[in-house]
Design a protein around this ligand. Structure first.
Ligand code: T5A
Length: 228
């Protein structure tokens, strides 16, 4: 089914998040999906966390430089929450209200996986912060890119070249293996929202899997497809 044959849903925009460990290909896949949706004349906003708004980009610099780590795990989690609060209020929610589809590189599941499951910040604290920062906002679809951690770290290192690993890339292999497990559990616990995508193929093959998931979950049933 080609994009031009689809009768796209109208009204509020759809909120699609991409999640996964380091170097799993989230940015690459968001760009491919955005290009495909824009070619179908959809209104698309691509954004990212931490960051995505001027205030949140300042927080991004703080956490990825490692300065947040010095404050301890709970305070570092608060920095991610403060960034998300600004991003949701000033960028994501207004775009969705205007009918724009929002593709976001990481969102609240990153906090659950990195700070919660692996960083051992208590779930009660993460839940409380989530109530304040995102309230009822929930992604319509979360695509979790799954890849052996050694391959993801190799990809991230190759892209970085001679640059220094950031706060999380610098963590040990066990940290990244824990992350992969955490994400697989998030997908298993919420199958209505999440799709686990095998990211261990070339970018176009992975993009095909992403497209199939989006089509199956968010596009109208074949009965409402306009034939051309
Ligand atoms: N974080 C974030 C938290 O701890 N808590 C939170 O609440 C939030 C929101 C953000 C960091 O913050 C942490 C998690 C992160 O550690 P970031 O710089 O935004 O850091 O980095 P990441 O989100 O981890 O993204 P990366 O840039 O590391 O990886 P991507 O986006 O998954 O991968 P991508 O697309 O940039 O690809 C990496 C390299 O691999 C190649 C690409 O060309 C690129 O060179 N590649 C492939 N190669 C072969 N086959 C494929 N299929 C490929 N796909 C991509």
């Amino acid at each position: 089914m080609s994009e031009s044959a689809v009768k796209w849903p109208s009204g509020r925009g759809r909120f699609v998040t991409f999640e996964g460990g380091e170097g799993t290909g989230k940015s690459t896949q968001i760009k491919k999906l955005a290009d495909r949706l824009k070619a179908a004349r959809m209104r698309i906003l691509v954004t990212r966390e931490p960051g995505g708004s001027p205030g949140a980009e300042i927080m991004r610099h703080l956490v990825l430089s490692g300065m947040g780590k010095l404050l301890g795990p709970e305070a570092e989690t608060l920095l991610f929450a403060a960034a998300r609060d600004d991003h949701v209020r000033t960028v994501i929610q207004p775009a969705l209200n205007q009918g724009t589809w929002v593709l976001c590189d990481r969102f609240a599941d990153s906090t659950r996986a990195y700070q919660g499951s692996v960083g051992r910040v208590p779930a009660a604290l993460i839940n409380a912060m989530q109530r304040v920062t995102i309230g009822d906002l929930k992604p319509d679809l979360t695509l979790i890119l799954d890849l052996p951690v050694e391959i993801g770290l190799q990809r991230a290192a190759a892209r970085r070249g001679s640059g220094t690993p950031d706060r999380f890339e610098a963590e040990k292999l066990g940290f990244h293996q824990g992350l992969r497990e955490a994400y697989r559990k998030i997908a298993a616990d919420d199958p209505a929202r999440c799709v686990l995508i095998d990211a261990n193929s070339d970018p176009d093959t992975v993009a095909g899997r992403v497209w199939t998931a989006l089509r199956d979950r968010l596009l109208p049933t074949p009965a409402s497809v306009v034939s051309i």
